[in-house]
Design a protein around this ligand. Sequence first.
Ligand SMILES: *Cc1c(COP(=O)(O)O)cnc(C)c1O
Length: 318
Amino acid sequence: MAQLQFSEIEKAAARIKGVAHRTPVLTSRTADDMARAQLFFKCENFQRSGAFKFRGAYNALSKFSDEQRRAGVVTFSSGNHAQAIALSASLLGMASAIIMPHDAPTLKVAATKGYGAEVIVYDRYKEDREAIGRRMAQERGMTLIPPYDHPDVICGQGTATMELIEDAGQLDVLLVCVGGGGLLAGSALAASALSPQCRIIGVEPEAGNDAQQSLRGGAVVHIAVPDTIADGAMVTHIGEHNFEVIRRDVDDIVTVSDAQLVATMKFFAERMKMIVEPTGCLGAAAALHAVVPLEGKRVGILISGGNVDLARFARLVA
Ligand SMILES: *Cc1c(COP(=O)(O)O)cnc(C)c1O
């Protein structure tokens, strides 16, 4: 697929330059001691709209024609992609309509509306959000930008790992959280080009290991909506474009438990003084709980986002 190449990530980096934040790469002696490795945390919890999703959304919308811009964008998302599309659309002066599940975190719904988007609520257990999205695209002439299964989204997400390797240098292992596989596919394209010896490992919640099953079985596996605190990874299957890259470039996919995610949220708050949402902890949880052998290695870890209601954060870490 011509659009799924490292050169497209370089073009995406030029499009988002000066608009997306170049987020910091942080280190922690305590974390290094726990993992017996050198860990480099790419902190996308400090990205605009609170997650890496801004990269893919802004990249995709920047490529719209004048006609597409006039009609605007529609998408479906359980949260962070919604905010990212809403913010990107407002920055680029276009309308956005966001299809969100009825049980999405209130902070995420409020933030999405705050960016000026129209929010349409659906029942995640009964209705097909993709069908609703397609219908709206048809009725209103809007362009549908899905949260992960799209080359422009994948390549935008890949810019985070590009920056991580530019700042941290060559890596032995890269740990990336997996929902629909946008961040993982983009990261895999970037790391394969910039740090070819790096082992690329996806991390997903134990309750929903569809990506692991897909990689090991050689075809996209569909599961029921997984029951996990990692709301950004409550996805029933990875995307087709994503799988094409993942099956070629990703070495393994591992899982962590919700309890390990909570312990990692506490670690980030207590030791590194930062709020990371449950899904954002997937990669770090695998490192801090020795799910992957890392001893003596240089390890890149994507911290994907920081959007969690304070009340929910307090309940989880209590
Ligand atoms: C969307 C999201 C993920 C999962 O990303 P995919 O590209 O769907 O795999 C992980 N963490 C956070 C914070 C997210 O918003």
